[in-house]
Design a protein around this ligand. Structure first.
Ligand SMILES: [Zn+2]
Ligand SMILES: [Zn+2]
Ligand SMILES: [Zn+2]
Length: 104
């Protein structure tokens, strides 16, 4: 499932353009817009992919933190779940990295 950021219509995972307004979903789906915003934000160190609780094994394997310039495109093309890929991007902020540091 992909949601168009321009008209809010839902399109299938394999659609390249919005079924309602024909916008390019590679640029204008909610996930694509969210990723672009994170990549442009200097405070975002990396991007984590979070998955739905009942995600398929393909999506499960790809639940990782990625460098900002190597984030895979969502929805995952190989998703086998009946409702399609529902993975989301999550920003990993500088602050989070500092909190996550191990004390000496
Ligand atoms: Zn649309
Ligand atoms: Zn999946
Ligand atoms: Zn997925």
């Amino acid at each position: 499932m992909q949601t168009c950021s321009i008209c809010n219509a839902a399109s299938p995972d394999d659609a390249s353009h919005c079924v309602n307004c024909a916008s390019d979903l590679g640029q204008f789906s909610l996930t694509a817009v969210a990723l672009k915003r994170m990549q442009e934000n200097p405070r975002v160190r990396a991007v984590r992919i979070s998955i739905a609780g009942d995600a398929c094994s393909h999506c499960y394997e790809l639940m990782k933190t990625y460098p900002k310039n190597k984030v895979p495109v969502l929805p995952h093309r190989g998703c086998s779940h009946g409702n399609g890929c529902r993975c989301m991007y999550e920003p990993v902020l500088e602050e989070t990295a500092i909190v996550g540091k191990v004390a000496e």
